[in-house]
Design a protein around this ligand. Structure first.
Ligand SMILES: [Zn+2]
Length: 174
């Protein structure tokens, strides 16, 4: 980083602070003494994804984001929730510190994140991503979600029989 005042390349670091993936450094030019600040982003090294069929392709944040967005379509998620999830998965992948990662591992991280974020999105993603061998697990998951949903009305005080009335008034009951 050249000095913004005199353009010389040599500077000394006066102070250094780490802000997540960015390092903020106060610098002093060794030639003219001007002080300036740099923000240095840790350079992410190349990351390759190994697909199920053995092909290797460069990791794409856009692709990851697209897959998650598709699963979350029309779900009432807080603003920025998807970006946050993409960020955390990306950070996790780079943190593993290896040059390559299997697409299955990425899928698992997405599933883990979506499970906490939104169960419908989770099921959607799972149904696309999971292999045939795992369909038993998926069914179990769907069943347990369905069971959980059915539990709620049963736990509340019974109302006069009609189911429609039950579901309409469900939110207002105390
Ligand atoms: Zn200077």
């Amino acid at each position: 980083m050249n000095c913004p005042n005199c353009g010389r390349p040599e500077s000394g670091v006066i102070d250094s602070r780490s802000l997540d993936e960015v390092v903020r450094r106060r610098r002093k030019c060794l030639a003219c003494g001007a002080r300036f600040t740099t923000y240095e982003r840790i350079h992410l090294r190349d990351l390759f994804v190994i697909k199920k069929d053995g092909r290797r392709e460069e990791f794409s944040r856009d692709k990851l984001s697209l897959g998650i967005r598709r699963a979350c379509e029309k779900r009432p998620l807080p603003t920025g929730a998807i970006d946050k999830l993409v960020d955390s998965i990306e950070a996790e992948l780079y943190k593993m510190g290896r040059g390559e990662v299997s697409s299955a591992r990425i899928g698992d991280l997405v599933m883990e994140g979506l499970r906490k974020l939104d169960q419908i999105a989770y099921i959607r993603f799972a149904s696309v991503y999971r292999t045939f061998a795992d369909i038993g697990d998926l069914k179990e998951e769907v069943d347990s979600l369905a069971a959980r949903r059915e539990l709620t009305p049963a736990n509340q005080l019974p109302l006069p029989s009609c189911e429609a009335v039950n579901s309409l008034s469900g939110r207002k009951r105390r």
